[in-house]
Design a protein around this ligand. Structure first.
Ligand code: SAH
Ligand code: MG
Length: 220
């Protein structure tokens, strides 16, 4: 690592506080690992964007937006902002104040925009409010980094694997959240439908693991 990279590898403390204060589901140690992986990928493939699937209220987007800003690129943050299955009323991860009561649907876009504004990252983070498979089908720019943290059901996870991993540039990075090899730690789909198939494809090699975050690099 040269001196420039060493200097940038430390996340800006103000952005770090903004990320820790944001609503969402990204523990600080995994967030920092995400930042490091995003930054390293962005510096390896200058000019290529970072992309995340599943932003919720923007917590992981601050970690990755900080990496994009440090490397002079952008983060594309894809989410339909209607919540995953487990965020719906009656499910374990439902937060009632995120409902649009008049429409009877979740809406996290306003919170996402507040988070990015408060972090001062509006110049580095581009929100795409849409359904992940639909967005992926019209996406054509190779990405330095793709972070998958969207729907955790079997079908959404399998679709995100099939439709987004081809957009990781050669030498780029695929990061996956909520990977639990041990079933007693959490749900299976990110492990079975994304992580295992990525390794089995021979196209990706694991480079690090932090909590439930797995970072893979594209070698083929
Ligand atoms: N990365 C976030 C947590 C993401 S939660 C954090 O750091 O806090 C999962 C998100 O995936 C939810 O916001 C949900 O709306 C989104 N999601 C689920 N299925 C989706 C789909 N098909 N298209 C777009 N977004 C989806
Ligand atoms: Mg997650």
């Amino acid at each position: 690592m040269d001196s420039v990279q060493t200097q940038q590898a430390e996340m800006d403390p103000i952005l770090r506080s903004a990320a820790e204060a944001a609503r969402g589901f990204m523990p600080p140690d995994e967030g920092l690992a995400l930042y490091q992986a995003g930054l390293s990928a962005a510096l390896t493939l200058p000019g290529s964007p970072l992309l995340e699937v599943g932003s919720y209220c923007g917590k992981s987007s601050v970690y990755l937006g900080a990496a994009a800003q440090a490397a002079d690129t952008v983060l594309i943050a894809v989410d339909h902002h209607r919540g995953s299955e487990e965020n719906q009323p009656g499910w374990e991860w439902h937060e009632p104040d995120l409902m649009d009561d008049e429409l009877g649907v979740m809406d996290t876009l306003g919170w996402f925009r507040r988070t990015i504004y408060l972090a001062g990252l509006e110049g580095s983070v581009i929100a795409v409010a849409g359904d992940s498979p639909t967005v992926s089908r019209v996406w054509s720019t190779p990405c330095a980094f793709v972070f998958i943290d969207g729907g955790h059901g079997e079908e959404p996870a399998a679709l995100d694997f099939r439709l987004w991993t081809p957009h990781v540039a050669l030498g780029g990075t695929l990061a996956i959240h909520d990977v639990f090899p041990n079933p007693s730690d959490g749900g299976r789909p990110p492990y079975e439908q994304i992580y295992l198939p990525a390794l089995a494809s021979g196209q990706f090699k694991e480079v690090s693991a932090t909590g439930s975050l797995r970072v893979l690099t594209r070698i083929l």
